[in-house]
Design a protein around this ligand. Structure first.
Ligand SMILES: Nc1ncnc2c1ncn2[C@@H]1O[C@H](COP(=O)(O)OP(=O)(O)OP(=O)(O)O)[C@@H](O)[C@H]1O
Length: 332
């Protein structure tokens, strides 16, 4: 149904190919996830299937047509068999839900009678009955994506391409959209979806094609997302540094009060301490494990005051000595 034969794609003005000698075949009715880090070539694959781009080398064959030999004049007819949805929905803002979907049929010259029948049917399929007269801005993100899916399906395409279809949606809405795509696939439509959603890929256990720097590095029948190290994530060091600085600030406050009472404390320079903490955090290997309490907070040269007596212990969480391992700083 879709075949990439040794496909290389070089965009004008770039040195590294976006796709390099990629080979795979998708059978009718399959659900295929395209995964890989940003820039690995997922969208380029979808653009080639849609004939929005052409390969620099190799062949792309879709629905039995070699897209190299497909004339520009025939591309709109070819695309009627390929539905596509994108992260940003791409709806016509001044047209209602019904008009957005009907528009696709109007440009292909469908009869009025067919449009009147097909549009409500496909809107019901995606769960949008009753919302026909709404404008896109009167819909939630999930509903807008459903309109885009309805529009992609109204021609009853054999293939549905989805480029990060849940990328702009909250987790709950994303699950609804994934369930809808799975249902469409169960109805016989071949689905090829580029995604960064590791959770969905892991749960659905469908075919996974993984790209890395334009090379196909995995093609697994029932796969998971695999290596998530390429996904953006918060650096734990920053959290640890923030917690340590909060602890240092607290200790400084104790020092100041102790100094006020006893006059016996060496002043601690917060900037020096922060710099030391930053250097320590940078030197420490990144880890997902719960951060160790900063050792800096324990080596501050405070002359043993009776902290409890200062009335600050409870406020700083120092009263119970058994709770030393508690993280300092924001906890949620
Ligand atoms: N029209 C273009 N002109 C030049 N370079 C492009 C073009 N489209 C994509 N590229 C480059 O091709 C490479 C692959 O991009 P592509 O969009 O296919 O990756 P992707 O895996 O879909 O990324 P993302 O997950 O961020 O959408 C990137 O280096 C990108 O900069």
């Amino acid at each position: 149904m879709i075949r990439f034969e040794n496909v290389t794609k070089r965009y004008r003005g770039t040195t590294r190919p976006a796709l390099n000698a990629v080979d795979f075949e998708v059978q009718r009715g399959e659900f295929v996830f395209l995964v890989g880090a940003s820039g690995s070539g997922k969208s380029s694959c979808l653009q080639l299937i849609l004939r929005a781009e052409t390969p620099s080398e190799g062949r792309v064959v879709v629905l039995g047509r070699d897209l190299r030999t497909l004339s520009n004049r025939k591309v709109p007819y070819f695309r009627r068999h390929i539905g596509s949805v994108f992260q940003d929905f791409r709806l016509l803002p001044n047209k209602t839900v019904h008009q957005n979907v009907a528009f696709t049929l109007q440009v292909t010259g469908a009869s009025r009678g067919f449009i009147q029948q097909a549009v409500p049917e496909v809107l019901a399929l995606v769960g949008l009955d009753g919302k026909e007269k709404r404008l896109p801005h009167e819909l939630s993100g999930g509903e807008q994506q459903r309109v885009a899916i309805a529009r992609a399906l109204v021609n009853r395409p054999q293939v549905l391409l989805a480029d990060e279809p849940t990328g702009n949606l909250d987790p709950g809405t994303s699950i609804d959209i994934m369930q809808l795509l799975a249902r469409i696939n169960a109805g016989g439509t071949t689905v090829v979806m580029a995604t960064h959603e590791a959770g969905f890929v892991d749960q659905m256990q469908r075919r996974v094609i993984e790209l890395s720097n334009g090379e196909m590095v995995r093609d697994e029948r029932r796969g998971g997302y695999g290596d998530t190290s390429g996904l953006p994530r918060l650096a734990p060091e920053v959290e640890r540094g923030a917690a340590a600085v909060a602890a240092l600030t607290a200790v400084l406050e104790v020092q100041r009060e102790v100094a006020h009472i006893t006059g016996a404390v060496e002043p601690l320079n917060l900037e020096d301490a922060q710099r030391a903490e930053a250097e320590r955090a940078a030197a420490a290997p990144a880890t997902d494990a719960a951060p160790e309490p900063s050792t800096h907070t324990r080596s501050v040269p405070v002359t043993t005051p009776d902290v409890d007596a200062l009335g600050l212990a409870d406020r700083l969480g120092l009263a119970d000595k058994n709770d030393r391992d508690d993280e300092v700083g924001p906890t949620s």
